[in-house]
Ligand binder design. Structure first.
Ligand code: GDP
Ligand code: MN
Length: 354
C-alpha cells in the first residue's frame, strides 16, 4: 500500500477518497487507552469515530489499561466496537502508587495548598498517579512489548476528518518519532521546578540533546537564541504538545535518553510535590532529544478534546478529507492567541492542511 504523506496529499480529480479498499495494517502498532470503567460511554464515542475515520481499513488492535480490573461490560462493549483485536491490561501497583522515597506529609501539604490556590487537579492524588504513569510506565507495560508504535486515545474526544493512509507506516517511513495535533502552554503553577530539573539533567547529559533539537520552541521570547548552558539558563515558555492525542514511537520512551530523564524527574519528586503533567514531560523530551524533523504536526487531522478543537484550514483539504468540524474554520485552536502552534510553525514550517 503506497503511503500518502499528509504534507503533500494527492487530491483526486473526482474529489473522492479511495477509502473503500480494505487492507490490513502491517505495522507493529496499537491504540492505547488508559481509562476508568465509568468512562465506557465516552470510550465508545472515541472508538467509533476513529474506527469510522481510520481504522476500519487497517484493523489495528486496541489496548486498554486500568489501575483496577475492567468490568465484563467494559470488555464486551469495547470489543464489539473495535475492528481489530482488543487487549486489556491491569497496571501493577508499583506503577500507580506513591513511592517510598516520597515524603507523604510534604505531599499532602502541597496538595492542600494547590487545592486552595485552585490549581487544576491540584488536590488530586489519582491525577498525579495518572500523569506519572503516562510519563514513566505506560510504555513499560508487558502488554505493549510487541509494539513499536501507539496512538493514544482518550475518552470523549472528537475526530473530524477521514485519514486515508496508514499513520503508523507514515511515521516509520518518514522517520518520525512523535506526532501531535494541538500545542498550548502548561499552567505554570503545576510545574514550578520541572524546567530547573530539566536544565540540570541536560547539563549532566549533554550527549542526549539532539543537534537539531526544538529547544527554541520551548523558550520564552526574551530568551530566544540562548542555549541550556547559558547563565542564567533560558526560561521555559510552557509550550507543550497536548498529550491526550499522541501518535508516537514506543522505542523513544524506551530509549536511554528518555528513561534516564524520567528517572531523574521521578527522583526529584515533582510528580507528587508539584503536579507535573505527562504532556510537558513528553513534550520537553521530544523537543530536546529528537530532531525537529522527527516531530510531526498532524495538520490533516480534525481533533477535539475539551475545551479545544482544531481542524485543517484550507477548504480543499476539508472537502478532500470529508471533515465535519462543528465550528467555523476561524475558531480552529491553531489561530487562537493561546495556541503555541505559531511557535511550532516558526521552527518547523507550516504543513499542508494547517
Ligand atoms: P484531563 O484530560 O487532563 O482532564 O484528564 P482525564 O481525566 O481525561 O485523564 C486523562 C486520561 O487518563 C483519560 O484517558 C482518563 O480516562 C485516564 N484516567 C484519569 N484518571 C484515571 C484513573 O484514576 N484511573 C484510570 N484507569 N484512568 C484514569
Ligand atoms: Mn482528558
Amino acid at each position: 500500500v503506497p503511503v500518502q504523506k499528509p504534507t503533500e496529499p494527492k487530491i483526486p480529480k473526482d474529489d473522492r477518497f479511495n477509502d473503500d479498499k480494505e487492507v490490513l495494517g502491517l505495522e507493529k502498532a496499537a491504540f492505547v487507552m488508559l481509562i476508568r470503567n465509568g468512562e465506557l460511554e465516552d470510550a465508545l464515542r472515541s472508538m467509533k469515530q476513529i474506527e469510522d475515520r481510520f481504522n476500519h481499513r487497517w484493523h489495528y488492535p486496541w489496548v486498554f489499561l486500568n489501575d483496577v480490573p475492567f468490568t465484563e461490560e467494559f470488555v464486551r462493549e469495547t470489543t464489539k466496537r473495535a475492528s481489530g483485536p482488543t487487549e486489556y491490561g491491569l497496571i501493577p501497583e508499583q506503577h500507580w502508587s506513591v513511592p517510598p522515597e516520597i515524603d507523604q506529609v510534604k505531599m499532602r501539604a502541597a496538595m492542600k495548598k494547590m487545592e486552595e490556590d485552585r490549581v487544576i487537579y491540584g488536590g488530586s492524588l489519582s491525577y498525579r498517579h495518572m500523569c506519572r504513569f503516562n510519563s514513566g510506565f505506560f510504555w513499560r507495560q508487558p502488554i505493549l512489548d510487541k509494539y513499536e508504535w501507539y496512538w493514544r486515545v482518550e475518552p470523549g474526544i472528537g475526530f473530524y476528518c477521514d485519514v486515508d493512509y496508514d499513520v503508523f507506516e507514515f511515521m516509520r517511513t518518514s522517520n518520525k518519532q512523535y506526532g501531535f495535533t494541538i500545542t498550548l502552554p502548561e499552567y505554570k503553577s503545576t510545574i514550578p521546578t520541572l524546567w530547573k530539573e530539566t536544565v540540570d539533567f541536560v547539563r549532566k547529559h549533554p550527549e542526549y540533546l539532539n543537534s537539531n533539537s526544538s529547544l527554541q520552541y520551548l523558550l520564552e521570547d526574551r530568551d530566544q537564541g540562548k542555549s541550556l548552558t547559558s547563565d542564567p539558563p533560558p526560561e521555559y515558555n510552557g509550550c507543550h504538545f497536548w498529550s491526550n492525542f499522541e501518535i508516537a514511537s514506543l522505542k523513544f520512551w524506551r530509549s536511554p535518553a528518555y528513561s534516564d530523564y524520567f528517572q531523574h524527574l521521578d527522583s526529584a519528586g515533582g510528580f507528587f510535590y508539584e503536579r507535573w503533567g505527562d504532556a510537558p514531560v513528553h513534550s520537553i523530551a521530544a523537543a530536546l532529544f529528537l530532531g525537529t524533523e522527527q516531530v510531526h504536526h498532524f495538520a490533516d487531522m480534525g481533533y477535539m478534546h475539551v475545551p479545544w478543537s482544531r481542524c485543517p484550514q484550507p477548504d480543499s483539504f476539508h472537502k478532500y478529507a470529508k471533515c465535519v468540524c462543528p465550528f467555523e474554520p476561524k475558531d480552529s485552536f491553531d489561530l487562537n492567541g493561546w495556541s503555541c502552534q505559531p511557535r511550532w510553525w516558526k521552527i518547523a514550517g507550516k504543513e499542508f492542511g494547517a
